[in-house]
Design a protein around this ligand. Sequence first.
Ligand SMILES: NC(=O)c1ccc[n+]([C@@H]2O[C@H](COP(=O)([O-])OP(=O)(O)OC[C@H]3O[C@@H](n4cnc5c(N)ncnc54)[C@H](OP(=O)(O)O)[C@@H]3O)[C@@H](O)[C@H]2O)c1
Length: 276
Amino acid sequence: MATIFLTGATSGIGKALCLRLIKDGHTVYGTGRSAEKLKALSDAAGSTRFHPVTMNLASFKSIDAALSTHSNVLTTTDILINNAGATSADKQMTEDGFEMQLQVNHLAVVYLTHRFFKGLKANNGMVITTSSDAHRRTHFKEKALRDETRYKIFKRYQETKLYNLIFSYYLDRVYGKQPTRFYAVHPGLVKTDLGAKNASWFVDKMWKLFSATGQPPEGPVPTYLKLINERPAEYVYYAYERPNHHLPEVEDERIQETLMTHALDALKIKTFGETE
Ligand SMILES: NC(=O)c1ccc[n+]([C@@H]2O[C@H](COP(=O)([O-])OP(=O)(O)OC[C@H]3O[C@@H](n4cnc5c(N)ncnc54)[C@H](OP(=O)(O)O)[C@@H]3O)[C@@H](O)[C@H]2O)c1
């Protein structure tokens, strides 16, 4: 059984996945930004193998505080699941000075993976990041990465999900020869409140209409279980328990290097994965 650190465990896909992982006998550190929701999740999990972690991904101070409270996770975690994600109708800036979706959906993913990297390598571990086929509706542009383009909710969301995939393929290319495995998942269309949070009246209505046709939050869980249980070696991006198509540019080394250089500069990291 594995020790799993799962972000965004308090709603939607993360909650369904968390409860299933606990049921299967794993130990789960599940993150959330709401103490109330974490308490409800703890009650639903009903197990000492569930450990709630308060962490706001829109604040690097909050991430650091959580990781110093639960510092054991940096050495004991076998699997990091970067699942949390957010949208916002209006452009919001975080206390760290980044656009919110860019920070929560992308920079926090790179930062957490960096913090866990040494331990994951030592444990022959795994990183799974929840991306989306929404990435196919955009293309990589440096200007967007540097937040120099006009903010549009869906465009920005698509871009951050593209960054998730580029990052996952970068990790696989550079570190994938080690036993550590790197994956990204497209969960499919899932009926959650994702698009209704931080939404305008219009976006809320649109998301509810659109997602009503989606599968329940438990729907994508088997894809994560397949990766955890089988550790397939041949591919990085999965959906519906099978390898999934992605934009060819996610494997472009120049694009991967541009993304990583930007993230490491933004996060003031000298060498990825090296924390003293
Ligand atoms: N639903 C879909 O159709 C779909 C399709 C493709 C990909 N995805 C991806 O699937 C993942 C899960 O989304 P979901 O649909 O399950 O949505 P969700 O129900 O809204 O869950 C998102 C999770 O992320 C957490 N989160 C958001 N902002 C955060 C922050 N600043 N700090 C800490 N946690 C934060 C949420 O916490 P709260 O509970 O406090 O809100 C929640 O636990 C996301 O990465 C999303 O991009 C979803």
